[in-house]
Design a protein around this ligand. Sequence first.
Ligand SMILES: O=C(O)CCC(=O)C(=O)O
Ligand SMILES: [Fe+2]
Length: 277
Amino acid sequence: MTRVKALVQSQDLKSLPSDYAHFKDSQKSIVAGPEVALPVIDFSLLSSSNPDERAKVIDDLGKACEEWGFFMFFDRPEEAKLKFETTNPLYPVMVRSGSTIHDKSKQTVLFWRDYLRFFVHPEFYCPDKPQELRDLISEYSQRTRDLASKLLQGITRSLGMEEDYIQKAMDLDHGTQIFAANYYPPCPQPELAIGIPPHTDHGLLTFLLQNGVGGLEIQYRGQWFHVNALPNPIFVNTADKLEILSNGKHKSVWHRAVVNNEKIRITLVVPIEWSVT
Ligand SMILES: O=C(O)CCC(=O)C(=O)O
Ligand SMILES: [Fe+2]
């Protein structure tokens, strides 16, 4: 299958190839909503020795999951990130493109996206080369797992249960964790294409980092909203299994990725769930 990146690089594209047209007419394309400022969670307070601070952040977390199904947090100070600043996220390791079938016409329509995806837990399937990338993904996966565990403790408490209940009951130490990198090149007719169509994620929680270029949209009370394109916070959304575990209190949030005609957009996505093997 042709990679979208290769397609963009090989041709001077003026219009969208028909295989990628999700919308036949730009009037019918999904309307981009206003930008939304998602709730910000102060992650450090989850480990606070002050019970009031802890109670406050657990309450914030519960509300963010219930109301939005999406929130963001800043993991660590800016200085700590500097050593990663020169890391090139565009290593050509393993790239795929995705497609979707339109129900009515049974026609296959391609997404304006290439992606790389593999399991990182309990088995670590990252390709061996380049080693630097493997080390980085290993560390990133471990850290997001630790963050997920802390957040899930807070969310479990916000649901009125003992903080380890979900983790133990679902044996999350042996849960499934995936790493995915999405690459959305500039698109000649973004209003007709889609990066990823509306969907919910399968797992418990999904972590998302983006390179400062917007494109993520979420559904809130029936309307689509743009998520701010901040490069630094880690975005987290609630997924299907958390909806099930919370008896529907924390809805699995509908979201989609739209594309633009100017900038490359890259997102790193880590879904966390219980064992699916
Ligand atoms: O790249 C994005 O903004 C969204 C990615 C996403 O929803 C996914 O990979 O499940
Ligand atoms: Fe998703």
